[in-house]
Design a protein around this ligand. Sequence first.
Ligand code: GTP
Ligand code: MG
Length: 237
Amino acid sequence: MATLFDTRAKERRETFRDFFGVEEDEEFNEESLERLLQFEDLMLKYRSAIREVTTKLEVLNDELSVSREHNPISSIQSRVKRPYSIAEKLRRNHLPVSVEAVQANLNDVAGIRVICSFINDIYDIADMLLAQDDIRLIARKDYIKNPKPGGYRSLHLIVEIPVFFSTGKEPIRVEVQIRTVAMDFWASLEHQIRYKNDSPEVKAIAEELRICADTIAATDVKMQELKLRIVEKTKTS
Ligand code: GTP
Ligand code: MG
C-alpha cells in the first residue's frame, strides 16, 4: 500500500533525476541527499516569496476595489519553475547545474502572472507594488510600450523581496508578469500554436499572429478609452 512517505520519496527521486540528472534507481548517498535537501530548501524559499508578493497584490486589489469601486486585478496565477526546466535553462546559459547557480543567475524560478482588466491598471499596480519599501526592483521590461517582434505584450518586473525564515531574512527574486485579459488571451494561444507548429507555414503563421496581437492591442486601447469616458461621465453627472 502506498503511503504518504512513499509518494514523497517518489517525488524527491524525480526532482533529483530532473535537476541533477541522476538515475532514479541510484541510491542516495550522504552527499546527494545533502544536495537534494539544499534544492528543496531553495524551492521552499521561492514558494514563500510567491506568497509574500501575491498577498501584496491581493491587498492592493482589495483596497482599490473599495476606494475606486473597480477591481484592477481580474486574476493572479503563480508557479515555481519545474526542476527539469531550471536545469535546462542553466545548461542553455552554460552554467553549472547547482543550487548556487540557480540562486545567483536565475530570476524567473518564482513567477507570478497578474491579469488586469485595463492597460492603466497594469501601470497602477506596478507603481504601487514598487513603491513598497521592502520591494527592490531588479529589472523592468515594458513589452507594452515596446512589444516583442512577434507581437508579445506584457509588463515584466523582476523584484526582490525579503522573506523571513527561522535563520533570518533572505532576499528572494520573483518575476512578475502583468498584462491585460486581452494580452493574456493572445499569449496563451500563441504559446500553444507556436509550440505545436512545425509546418512549412511557420513564417506566414507568425505574421498572422503578430497582426492578431496588434488588433487585440488596439481593442485594449479602445476599451481603456471607453472606461475613461464612463468614469468622466459619472464624475460630472
Ligand atoms: P526566458 O529565458 O524565456 O525567461 O527569457 P528572458 O529572460 O529574456 O525573459 P523575457 O523578458 O523574454 O520573457 C520571459 C517570459 O515572458 C517567458 O518565459 C514567457 O512566459 C513570456 N514571454 C516572452 N516572450 C513571449 C512570447 O513571444 N510569447 C509568449 N506567449 N510568452 C512570452
Ligand atoms: Mg522565463
